[in-house]
Design a binder for this molecule. Structure first.
Ligand SMILES: [Ca+2]
Ligand SMILES: [Ca+2]
Ligand SMILES: [Ca+2]
Ligand SMILES: [Ca+2]
Length: 504
């Protein structure tokens, strides 16, 4: 768990993403570090990492072989790192990229906050690389969103490719090519790959040139009661793709500013009373649409009965304010349209599917969706060599972690389903997400069969000491098929590596 902003001793979780990279519920190939709520992905241990010293357990097959590597800065804000990778692998099983970064003078740049205490502490970080092979050759691009937000001094990177068996390639170094910045009226690349416009300018037109930007527009705000504390949901657009902050105002029932104390736990001296706050998200980098979800502490809505929201872009341009009064979440029945971001909810036994914002979603029977998810799930078969799965959380929640597994028993968090096949019984099995590919706060639990109806879990694990990754040990497990759920504790999911180690 990693609460971000604290609100009177209770938690306010903030997540803002663009739809293009997941809408806070799903993820692209590599998801950005979500702002706020458990934002910086943690990856626990170093087992299997390309730079780990000595304890890499090399598996079968042959290692990937580099033929070309380049690195450059791309993106709307010049914060994304684009790696062009050409390599070969005889088994065509390249699965991740392990990376180290260096600043001026060869100084090592810290990339990872392994214990999520807010301080970066580890120099290596691994990213899933779902490479597409042509024969045994890969020529692919891996873009890491917001890489330079955390590591702004990076001028070169060392890369090691890892395959599914854990074989590391030789290390390759690439100098990071900077992204040129264009001024008003200069030609520009609207995809931000070749260059970008100066802060506050947009790239538009035929041929594309840097022009003055326009303010964002907020299309919808809801302020909804919730057992975990009221939620503020905001969606809007900015055709310049440069929203970087949301200003949230607290109002009483007559629409006047309401002053509250925004406090960290036990903070002294007590912070001043404020009638609102600002959520900054300099990391969001793509897409015209933005989405913000905030959650305040239980009871907050008794004092603040309305909120007003204004979006602000990089040029300081403000949207018109939009006000929402506290209300109950609208409920939808089977087959009805729904919004997967939480503007409404499906009634009991139904799930808003497919859970992808911006397209048509409807309330569907959860049992049917669970069967489909089990059928589509990758399989761990540790007796037959399938000892790990690298995956990403999906777009909806079909299972919840059992009560007591993690703090505050979050529900409706996005997850990934993995089937575990045991040909024979085992005296012990260890399921772990403690790997560098894991970049969100995981909870891991095991349920017999596919669990299409509520079924007690055989065990659940949340955080290991000093990391938010999970390690679940089960003993005396009979032969059969089990469902392993890699669920998110926080409101954002991400990518993970799940390993299974068995003792017969
Ligand atoms: Ca290989
Ligand atoms: Ca704008
Ligand atoms: Ca879930
Ligand atoms: Ca956890």
């Amino acid at each position: 768990m990693n609460p971000s902003i604290l609100f009177g001793s209770v938690c306010l979780l903030a997540v803002m993403t663009t739809w293009g990279c997941g809408g806070g519920t799903s993820s692209g190939t590599v998801r950005p570090d979500g702002g706020g709520a458990g934002g910086d992905g943690a990856g626990g241990g170093d087992g299997g990492g390309g730079f780990a010293d000595g304890d890499v357990e090399e598996g079968s097959g042959t290692p990937p072989r580099f033929s070309f590597l380049s690195a450059r800065v791309v993106g709307r804000r010049g914060l994304d790192l684009r790696l062009q990778i050409e390599a070969e692998d005889d088994e065509m099983d390249i699965s991740s990229v392990s990376l180290r970064a260096y600043g001026p003078g060869g100084s090592s740049v810290l990339l990872r906050d392994s214990d999520l205490d807010g301080e970066l502490d580890a120099p290596d970080r691994a990213y899933p690389f779902p490479a597409v092979f042509d024969g045994n050759v890969v020529n692919d691009v891996l873009t890491i969103p917001s890489f330079l937000a955390k590591a702004p001094n990076t001028i070169s990177v060392d890369i090691v490719l890892l395959d599914r068996a854990g074989n590391p390639s030789e290390m390759r170094r690439a100098e990071v090519v900077p992204q040129p910045v264009r001024n008003l009226a200069e030609a520009c690349d609207p995809t931000w790959q070749i260059d970008r416009c100066k802060t506050g300018l947009a790239c538009r037109g035929e041929p594309a040139a840097c022009v003055e930007g326009v303010p964002p527009v907020i299309s919808r705000v809801s302020y909804l009661r919730d057992p975990e504390g009221p939620k503020v949901l905001v969606i809007g657009t900015d055709i310049d793709q440069d929203v970087n902050a949301l200003n949230i105002g607290f109002l009483d029932k007559s629409g006047q500013p309401k002053f509250m104390q925004l406090a960290s736990d036990f903070e002294l001296p007590a912070p001043p009373l404020v009638s609102g706050f600002r959520v900054e998200e300099p990391d969001s980098s793509t897409g015209n649409n933005f989405f913000l979800q905030l959650q305040a502490g239980v009871g907050f809505e008794e004092d603040v009965v309305q909120v007003s929201v204004r979006a602000e872009d990089e040029g300081g341009r403000l949207s018109d304010p939009k006000v929402a009064a506290i209300s109950s979440t609208p409920m939808r029945g089977a087959g009805a349209g729904c919004d997967p971001r939480g503007f409404d909810r499906c009634t009991a036994g139904l799930v808003c599917s497919p859970g992808i914002p911006g397209i048509s979603n409807t309330c569907q029977y959860a049992g049917r969706l669970r069967t489909m998810a089990c059928n589509a799930a990758p399989t761990l078969d540790p007796m037959n060599g399938a000892r790990e799965v690298i995956g990403e959380t999906g777009t909806s929640s079909l299972w919840d972690a059992p009560a007591g597994c993690g703090p505050r028993d979050p529900i409706d968090r996005v997850e990934s389903a993995v089937m575990l096949h045991l040909a024979t019984g085992v005296s012990k099995i260890v399921l772990s997400t403690e790997h560098p590919e894991t970049n969100f706060d995981t909870m891991v639990y095991v349920i017999p069969g596919c669990a299409t109806t509520p079924t007690p879990a055989l065990g659940c694990a949340d955080d290991l000491e000093n990391t938010v990754s999970s390690r679940l040990e089960l003993t005396n497990l009979a032969a059969g098929d089990y469902l392993v759920v890699v669920d998110a504790w926080g409101v954002t999911g991400g990518s993970f590596r799940l390993s299974a180690t068995v003792e017969p």
